[in-house]
Design a protein around this ligand. Structure first.
Ligand SMILES: CCCCCCCC/C=C\CCCCCCCCC/C=C/C(=O)SCCNC(=O)CCNC(=O)[C@H](O)C(C)(C)COP(=O)(O)OP(=O)(O)OC[C@H]1O[C@@H](n2cnc3c(N)ncnc32)[C@H](O)[C@@H]1OP(=O)(O)O
Ligand SMILES: Cc1cc2nc3c(=O)[nH]c(=O)nc-3n(C[C@H](O)[C@H](O)[C@H](O)COP(=O)(O)OP(=O)(O)OC[C@H]3O[C@@H](n4cnc5c(N)ncnc54)[C@H](O)[C@@H]3O)c2cc1C
Length: 636
């Protein structure tokens, strides 16, 4: 029945202060207030409706996304929302769109790598959305290998122009979000050529379309790359293809010394290339920034799937009826708990590692401004490795949550297929996850000698087991006289182990902080232990081979996991309520707050366009002739 909370009995079991946990999850009382207010604003505005997406054609879907993005911007301007509130609005609008790349990459790239002059020229236009930008780095032939990019930017000091050109088919820019149909400007990455000499890949601000009629400028061929995985999903985004045919980078004429993005290098009007003495990898700075935001996004996506699967697992009953009594809630099966609760623990673990990574990124950015590059290698390894670890675990976790919901998890109305289809490219964009782990492996190879010293420090026992595992995995590999390439598959495993160590140790550190609220810290301790022991169980071969745990320890860890699952069980619904997601944002009948699933599923079915007529289109053309065919064939 509507208005009845079918999960009230579950909520009454909670052993901790859910409102206090909501603050912990949000990060602060202020963050909770912004998040709560904006999520309810979006949920209550019909202009942000999203339950009809799966019935729209690609063109209708895209036009609807443009409408929503424009409506969101109008909402932001009319309500004078702050940048924080605007970002929250984009998050709760929950639809990949060109604004993600404009605000999430184009602007950060100018802020992070542009000169003062470039920032003064471009940021005011971008903040007012008087230009719309994209991040055009990947090409048809190269994505992972940035140094393999083929687009050229040739400086002609005679005419004080940069000429941007796509010399080959494979140099076509390919994938940039927002490029296909919307962006008026791009930060295009090209090989800088000055005086016949090449100076590697740099970013250029290039106008693509007229600000008058949106037509592509002379020498620009641009379009969408076509349908992507899933039906609705990421097809709301115009990932594009772009070719330059000797395009004059008109801004170079007036700003020759600043058309090249980056304060790390300059081309003077006299055509002199000036490389300052900073690491060339700063050209990758935007990718590092986005990778750390992707880790926070992982906790959001995983928590959303876990919220759906947990609530539905409490609603769903199957088998176990005694004397005509109610059947067993599937959340009470140990197999369901052993699949679901590690994902619940991971969602919280990724939330806290995302908080730490945001701090690390801010710290390295501050140091860079003082020309202190000492922590850049660690920041690169951490952002790359944690982006890889959390997105792989989240993509796998969303699929597991779909399976935890049985057949109904496969319905679009569960919200899980769309969530999976939108989320999985995170394992590829901003760096293929394996390629990024290889970067971590390279970092570990260089620092393996320091790993041992970390063991001697006063660390919690759990952390020492994880540290010993990394050291052991590295020494097993590094001790063997074979090249990095030959050992790369093994080194990637060590890289994963290193990243898991970071997540576990930062979760433990989080628990050493003051955490207000009745029972809140105790719940987080249970989740931290689940996360650490689940991984220890999953990788027990590694831990046993280090000798720092015995088979008896491994068995005890497994027993402890079962006990921890029993401790989580009465609190499971409250722990997902703490995410504070509206039904609108969840977009899931299975995950609806009141647990009134069956009537909603039944009602939703009849809204499908296929049910607009009792007899389907095509019956008379195809089915009736089939049914009425000659008797002789019916005997076959
Ligand atoms: C409506 C209104 C709304 C308003 C509000 C809206 C708010 C929205 C806000 C936020 C939303 C955010 C949304 C974001 C959405 C994102 C969607 C996805 C978009 C996707 C974009 C992309 O995919 S962009 C392209 C990404 N591409 C890659 O990641 C390529 C991966 N490859 C590389 O990074 C490099 O090629 C690689 C590192 C693999 C190799 O580089 P190379 O130069 O060859 O270097 P190498 O020889 O390996 O190493 C040399 C040396 O350099 C070190 N190093 C390498 N990289 C870095 C680095 N990044 N930083 C520091 N150091 C680096 C490396 O370790 C080596 O060191 P040494 O060993 O020599 O010491
Ligand atoms: C939805 C989506 C949005 C995107 N948005 C943007 C955008 O806005 N802007 C932009 O510039 N780009 C964007 N991209 C492109 C994205 O950044 C690249 O696809 C990504 O960096 C992976 O590069 P690739 O496609 O070349 O993969 P490849 O490197 O070709 O990967 C193919 C396989 O090769 C393996 N491999 C590659 N190199 C090595 C190696 N050295 N050792 C071992 N294995 C290796 C990989 O692990 C993978 O298994 C987007 C991509 C997607 C899917």
């Amino acid at each position: 029945m509507e208005g009845v909370d079918h999960l009230a009995h579950e909520r009454n079991k909670s052993e901790f202060d859910v409102d206090a946990m909501k603050i912990v999850w949000a990060g602060s009382p202020h963050a909770f207030d912004v998040s709560d207010r904006i999520s309810k604003l979006v949920a209550s505005d019909p202009g942000f409706r999203k339950d009809n997406r799966s019935t729209l054609s690609r063109k209708e879907l895209f036009k609807n996304t443009l409408r929503k993005a424009a409506y969101a911007w109008k909402t932001i301007v009319d309500l004078r929302l702050s940048e924080e509130e605007a970002a929250k609005l984009r998050f709760y609008v929950d639809e990949p769109a060109f604004t993600d790349l404009h605000w999430g990459m184009f602007i950060p790239a100018i802020k992070g790598q542009g000169t003062e002059e470039q920032q003064q020229k471009w940021l005011p236009l971008a903040y007012k959305m008087q230009i719309i930008g994209c991040y055009a780095q990947t090409e048809l032939g190269h994505g992972s290998n940035v140094q393999g990019l083929e687009t050229t930017a040739t400086f002609d000091s005679q005419t004080d122009e940069f000429i941007i050109h796509s010399p080959t088919l494979t140099s076509s820019k390919w994938w940039p979000g927002g490029l296909g149909k919307v962006a008026t400007h791009a930060i295009a990455y090209a090989r800088l050529i000055v005086g016949g000499r090449e100076h590697g890949v740099h970013g250029f601000i290039v106008q693509l379309r007229s600000l008058e009629d949106h037509s592509p400028l002379l020498g620009i061929t641009v379009g969408d790359i076509g349908m992507k995985f899933g039906n609705g999903a990421y097809n709301t985004m115009d990932n594009g293809v772009l070719q330059f045919d000797h395009v004059l980078d008109v801004y170079s004429i007036a700003f020759a010394s600043i058309a090249v993005m980056l304060w790390v290098s300059q081309v003077t009007c006299e055509g002199k290339y000036k490389q300052s003495d900073v690491p060339r990898q700063l050209v990758y700075g935007t990718m590092v920034y986005v990778r750390q935001t992707i880790v926070a996004d992982a906790s959001c996506a995983l928590s959303r799937a876990v919220c759906i699967a947990t609530r539905y697992s409490a609603v769903r009953r199957q088998f176990g009826s005694q004397n005509g009594g109610p059947e067993t809630q599937v959340i009470d099966y140990k197999t369901q708990q052993s699949r679901l609760f590690p994902l619940l623990a991971s969602a919280y673990a990724f939330r806290f590692i995302g908080e730490w990574l945001k701090w690390l990124y801010a710290d390295v950015t501050q140091r860079l401004q003082a020309n202190d590059f000492s922590t850049l290698p660690e920041a690169h390894a951490c952002t790359a490795g944690l982006k890889s670890l959390t997105t792989t675990a989240t993509a796998d976790g969303i699929e597991e949550c779909r399976k935890l919901c049985g057949g109904h998890g496969y319905l679009c109305s569960s919200g899980l297929p769309e969530l999976f289809a939108v989320y999985v490219p995170a394992c590829t964009y901003e760096g293929d996850n394996t390629v990024l782990l290889l970067q971590v492996a390279r970092f570990l190879m260089k620092t393996v000698s320091q790993l041992g010293s970390r063991l001697s420090s006063k660390k919690p026992v759990g952390t020492i087991a994880y540290m010993t595992r990394v050291e052991h995995l590295m020494q097993c590999r590094c001790g063997v006289q074979r090249g990095f390439a030959e050992l790369s598959a093994d080194l990637v495993e060590a890289a994963v182990a290193h990243c898991q160590l970071i997540v576990v140790s930062k979760f433990i550190e989080k628990l050493q902080q003051e955490i207000p609220g009745k029972g809140v810290k105790q719940q987080l301790e249970v989740l931290c232990n689940i996360y650490a022991l689940f991984l220890l169980h999953k990788h027990q071969g590694d831990f046993l081979s280090t000798g720092c745990i015995t088979p008896k320890h491994a068995a005890l860890a497994n027993d402890e996991l079962r006990s921890l699952y029993s401790q989580v069980r009465p609190n499971a619904i409250a722990l997902v309520d703490a995410f504070n997601y509206t039904d609108h944002y969840l977009g899931s009948i299975l995950g609806c707050y009141d647990g009134n699933v069956y009537p909603k599923l039944y009602e939703a079915a009849w809204k499908d366009p296929l049910n607009e007529s009792v007899v389907p289109d095509g019956y008379h053309l195809y089915i009736r002739p089939l049914l009425k065919q000659e008797i002789r064939t019916a005997r076959l």
